[in-house]
Design a protein. Structure first.
Lengths: 306, 484
């Protein structure tokens, strides 16, 4: 049931069979042979696999979710995946914490825990956006190991101490939520200050014709989805793209050989990019393109219609 | 160790053939030979950049690879080259062998040692070449191995640190690693034992040892300053390690997973290999995360830890039983013979079917064409390492070259502005009076010069273009098109 809910909420639901499979393998290895008790885990694995079919996308969910969850070779050509880019604050801290704690403690004797932590590390290295998953997997396992290794230090506290701990935790949570609510910007403020959005919005209302736009930062084109008459070559819905589209995005943003042909082939009318990108400099030198508008560090080029 | 020799033999072939037959993977060797020849001629080390660059003449320079450069100059050709490049390859092989021996010394089984040595060998590929840092590899592994010895032998680590500092600035790691080992040993023992005191002594002595070079205290100061140098953002191998890097994915990551999941802290005989190893591992992991060029040293240091962890935790890897007397010939004769046979076969295959000097990645045809042109040239290369081949050449001055470190930030900023077409790139190009551009074909600057006008192509082939300032076309015989 959890797998079905997960698959219908997020593409990362595709990890469910993987995680259950690792637990099943770990338990089977620890028991030394396939015993009747293992049936539950293997049935759960079968169930989680079937859950992949229980979404509106049906049989198409797995390949689509694999793309959306960034489990696809070469995606880092068009979107940032490296953990030092997508999770810069967590990069050193998270990996060092897990590796050093694991090296010092040794993950608890259960093979399933070892496999889960290893899988979490691999997923996180391959796509930094899975850093929370690594934390969720590794934290209880490492804490459990610590408690196992140093039981005296983590003996059950008296009732009074437990009550105090609970109150401190509740107070900390309330303060954190208050701070978060106070400093979190309102959506309209965020959009107004966002130069890529402002440029795309102005471009969208400048003509009644439908037009196609390419953004050198894929996430910028998420705005184009909500703006009238604009269609992006590629936005963050990576599962909607094919290999040719991703190659075009890569070739143009990295000004690879043939990038101008890619722009023509995909009938791109406008390019939104950083002012400091080589792409901007080359479009300035191209008589077929003119700067439509520039704000902050971004510039939007428009193809000459004549 | 018996299976590890097979693995080491295979890598030895690859390293030796790669170093001797296909020497250059970047342009550093050229300026290092020039530096070494200059030291041999004058008997003095340069302390600043000279007229070989037009952007930063007179800027202080600490040629930390001075000893390697002298050897490079002495071994520039013929048998000298074979000895020099073969020696560098032997350093990589020695590092791998020392790492494997360290695993065995810590009680790892033959199977676990072989597997982790294979991972470590793959990890060396990313940075391997006839390079000064390769000479530092066995010195790092040897230094750490000596720290684990009991008695006076451990003090040899100080001598290793001194030698290390004359080859590469990474010697600055020595006192840090010794201090961490001492702290770890103290935590493990729970009191300042004789070994702990000795390790602290070695750490202190190492601090002095890394100043035993022509630069004295300036070498560690330089190495520490390098940690925060902004120019590193422009060099690929200084970028944080990513999953896309093959040597990380297939070497460092497996070793990292093994030590993180199985742990390295455990009691082994009389020794407690606990925090001492964990702290060293943490340092190497930090270095690994920070720069792709550190994959190799991480793999060499982590391999023995991983082999020991596998041996202790997984039954299949557990220590092998002694073979009975009827099968003693296998480790004594069969395995060495198999190792040598594999090594020879692989070397032959690499020489016949491996990459050759025709697979140029240093713009050699364009640079040769430039060398044949009269007059003086102020040259910028879209890959700064290519310009290393022009250092010291008559009539040539470079914008930036593979020495990289001494060039000031403002020069790097100007270089990046030009090569990545940042706003105002044409102005920066003109301000620096650059009159020659060696460009990869279709890289941004190449495309921009094509579109911008005011420059003409003096040489081109499928991979490179040589641009000269001015619209006047050269004589027909100098404009060759080797392109497809």
């Amino acid at each position: 049931m959890v797998s079905i809910a997960w698959c219908n909420l997020a593409p990362q639901g595709i990890f469910a069979p993987l995680l259950i499979g690792l637990v099943a393998i770990g338990r089977t290895v620890d028991r030394g042979s396939f015993q009747p008790e293992a049936r539950a885990e293997w049935l759960a694995l079968a169930g989680a696999s079937l859950a992949l079919l229980c979404t509106p996308a049906g049989i198409g969910f797995a390949p689509m979710a694999a793309l959306a969850a960034h489990l696809h070779e070469g995606l880092d050509d068009v979107i940032p995946l490296a953990p030092y880019l997508t999770a810069p604050q967590a990069y050193y801290a998270l990996f060092l914490a897990v590796v050093v704690a694991g090296a010092a403690l040794g993950i608890a004797r259960r093979t399933e825990d070892r496999l889960l932590v290893a899988a979490g590390l691999v997923l996180c290295f391959s796509d930094g956006s899975t850093a929370p998953l690594l934390g969720i997997i590794a934290a209880p396992i490492l804490v459990g190991t610590l408690v196992e290794k140093a039981p005296a230090m983590f003996a059950e506290p008296p009732a009074r101490a437990r009550l105090t701990d609970g109150l401190i935790a509740a107070l900390t949570l309330a303060v954190a939520l208050t701070i978060a609510a106070a400093i979190h910007p309102r959506p309209e403020q965020t959009l107004a200050a966002d130069t890529p959005y402002a440029l795309l919005q102005r471009y969208a209302v400048s003509s009644e014709q439908p037009r196609r736009v390419l953004c050198s930062v894929v996430a910028w084109c998420d705005y184009a989805v909500a703006l009238p008459r604009l269609r992006a070559l590629m936005d963050d819905r990576i599962e909607l793209t094919d290999g040719a589209t991703r190659k075009a995005q890569h070739d143009v943003t990295r000004v690879q050989k043939g990038w101008k042909q890619q722009l023509a082939r995909h009938r791109i009318d406008a390019v939104l990019t950083h002012r400091s990108d080589a792409l901007a400099a080359l479009l300035v030198l191209d008589s077929h393109w003119t700067a439509f508008d520039a704000r902050g560090g971004s510039v939007l080029f428009e193809r000459e219609t004549r | 160790m018996k299976y590890a020799w097979l693995i080491i033999a295979v890598f030895a072939s690859r390293f030796l053939v790669g170093a001797i037959a296909f020497p250059q993977i970047d342009g550093d060797l050229s300026w290092q030979r020039w530096l070494g020849a200059g030291i041999l001629r004058t008997g003095a080390l340069p302390h600043s950049l000279g007229a070989e660059t037009f952007t930063a003449p007179g800027v202080p320079w600490l040629p930390q690879e001075w000893l390697f450069s002298i050897l490079a100059a002495l071994g520039a050709s013929g048998w000298g080259w074979i000895l020099f490049s073969g020696g560098v390859a032997l350093c990589a092989i020695a590092a791998l062998a020392l790492s494997a021996l360290q695993a065995v010394r810590r009680g790892a089984s033959a199977k676990a040692t072989a597997l982790c040595t294979a991972f470590a060998g793959v990890g060396l590929f990313a940075s391997y070449g006839v390079r000064a840092q390769v000479v530092a590899w066995p010195l790092l592994v040897g230094f750490l191995a000596l720290l684990e010895f009991e008695g006076g032998v451990a003090w040899l680590a100080v001598a290793v640190a001194a030698i290390w500092s004359n080859f590469h600035a990474s010697a600055v790691l020595a006192p840090g690693l010794a201090t961490l080992s001492a702290i770890g040993a103290w935590i493990d023992a729970g009191r300042p034992t004789a070994r702990v005191r000795r390790l602290f002594g070695i750490a202190l002595a190492s601090l002095g040892a890394i100043c035993c070079n022509p630069f004295g205290w300036k070498l560690p100061a330089y190495a520490l300053a390098l940690m925060h140098a902004s120019f590193k953002a422009n060099i690929v191998e200084w970028q944080p390690t990513t999953f896309g890097l093959e040597s990380f994915k297939y070497a460092a990551l497996p070793l990292l997973l093994i030590v993180a999941v199985l742990g390295v802290a455990r009691r082994r005989g009389r020794h407690f290999a606990g925090w001492e190893h964990v702290l060293v591992l943490a340092t190497m992991t930090w270095l690994l995360l920070g720069a792709a060029r550190n994959v190799a040293i991480f793999a060499l240091v982590a391999a023995p830890m991983a082999a020991t962890a596998l041996t202790d935790s997984i039954a299949w890897f557990a220590r092998d039983a002694e073979p009975d007397s009827r099968h003693r010939w296998i480790p004594r004769i069969a395995i060495p013979v198999a190792a040598m046979t594999m090594s020879v076969i692989l070397a032959a295959l690499l020489l016949v079917a491996g990459s050759s000097q025709k697979d140029d990645s240093l713009a050699l045809p364009a640079l040769r064409a430039l060398a044949g042109m009269p007059g003086n040239h102020r040259v910028i290369c879209t890959d700064f390492a290519w310009c290393g081949l022009l250092v010291g050449k008559p009539g040539m001055q470079v914008f930036i070259d593979g020495r990289a470190d001494p060039y000031p930030d403002k020069v790097w900023t100007a270089y990046i502005s030009i090569t990545r077409l940042r706003p105002g790139w044409r102005r920066v190009l003109a301000q620096n009076a650059v009159d020659t551009v060696v460009a990869g074909r279709d890289v941004p600057l190449d495309q921009a010069l094509t579109a911008a006008g005011g420059w003409h192509v003096a040489y081109q082939d499928a991979h490179y273009r040589l641009w000269l300032l001015g619209s006047k076309r050269p004589a027909a015989d100098t404009l060759r098109d080797g392109g497809a």
